[in-house]
Design a protein around this ligand. Sequence first.
Ligand code: ADP
Length: 498
Amino acid sequence: MASQPHILAIDQGTTSSRAIVFNKDGDIVALAQQEFPQIYPASGWVEHDPEAIWSSTLAVCRAALDQASRKGAEVVAVGITNQRETALLWERASGRAIHNAIVWQDRRTAEMCADLTARGHEPGIIRKTGLLLDPYFSATKVAWMLRHVPGAAERAQRGELAFGTVDSFLIWRLTKGKVHATDATNASRTLLYNIHAQSWDDSLLALFDIPASVLPEVRDSAAAYGTTDPEWFGRPLPILGVAGDQQAALVGQACFRPGMVKSTYGTGCFALINTGETAVTSRNRLLTTVAYRCDSRTVYALEGSIFVAGAAIQWLRDQLGIIRTAAESEGLAASLASNNGVYFVPAFTGLGTPYWDPNARGAIFGLTRATGIADLVRAALESVCYQTHDLLAAMAGDSATNPSTLRVDGGMSANDWLLQFLADVTGTKVDRPRITETTALGAAYLAGLQAGLYDSFAELEQHWRADRRFQPRLQKAERDQLLHGWAKAVARVRENHA
Ligand code: ADP
């Protein structure tokens, strides 16, 4: 192993920072993880302390590098993947942030977005950025900081401040301010970037009142981002790959061909379909986003999200207390021959793709005296599959390709019953890869490509290995009946507040 080159992947997530050292085959050689505090200054506001992001990242990198070196693994490059859209502004002179990071979940700019929508700005924004006018994305968060932090707007005008998503901030810190850059996938989530022209957009900058002087340079996802300062890891390491977390997972799942889909099942679910070099505009409110940009070639994806996936299981465990562990859900669901007509629409925070109904709330239908814990658990797992069906239907409608296979990952993908039902209800083969740490792996792949460890995407495709494939087995009539039951339940939930 000593002579084989390894890659350090930094996965800076919403609740924790992780560092994983991979060998060339994509096996995990070392791993370290550290959670950091979430800050909730007001209802709907979510912040992170930039120093906590940095110190946790530095600590896990050092720990993983240390483990790797004890195993004789030589790390030759760094890849970064990150929670997306979260926005930071810092002083160029000191590297100190002028405010906490405003996290993607933060809703404080809802009014600003509603106002811009009312003034008719959304269609133009969708056309240029592929996104929607929503607080989720970075631009209004930056605008908020420029307006509310005393002196920030003037300092930005004078060129004293730098903006970045978490990748940029880490690159700045790791290189001690030598590099202020981001990659095209992260740029594509800011609402300031024209994904067709692949450039920052002056009229969007003017609309949000953000001076161009704060912006990072946008580079390919596999590119040179400078080297880490020797103070951090004892020696300089080149940073060679960067991508936002969901895009990195698409790369880690080797979904390099148009029509290939990855779906990540964690707290929520994020699904991306590769649409090749065509940026498809959605008719179903899917987002159009940069999947990756390599050798100046941009590959696009359509993205959909389900707000509640694993969170429905967490709710059964923590709020209702009817299961002790998430893993128990598998045996309980399998203990029943059918769902007994019970449907659970877990619209705790509204419904995502393709409904985009923020006011819907959850409901359970079809309860009888015979309904028990297993029925509720099964209905929760089934709901994740039905929601995926609806999301895939929207994707198929937009991209005119029916995905033949779904590559899954995330904590819930450990559940075999769930994946079999997913295959049955979507009528699509479901593949679980051997390595489910796809987000970090994607960052490692991008850095490995740039480092010359891999020759091409074609070579990376060969690395992807299935752990297990789930084949659809359900008869059409039975499937239609289940989907009909679900559609009725969703319609009732939506009627309820109409
Ligand atoms: P995140 O990255 O969003 O924190 P993870 O990918 O770690 O999420 O997945 C955790 C989620 O998966 C939790 O919501 C948990 O309830 C769910 N989960 C974990 N294992 C299982 C399982 N075997 N069956 C069903 N759900 C599971």
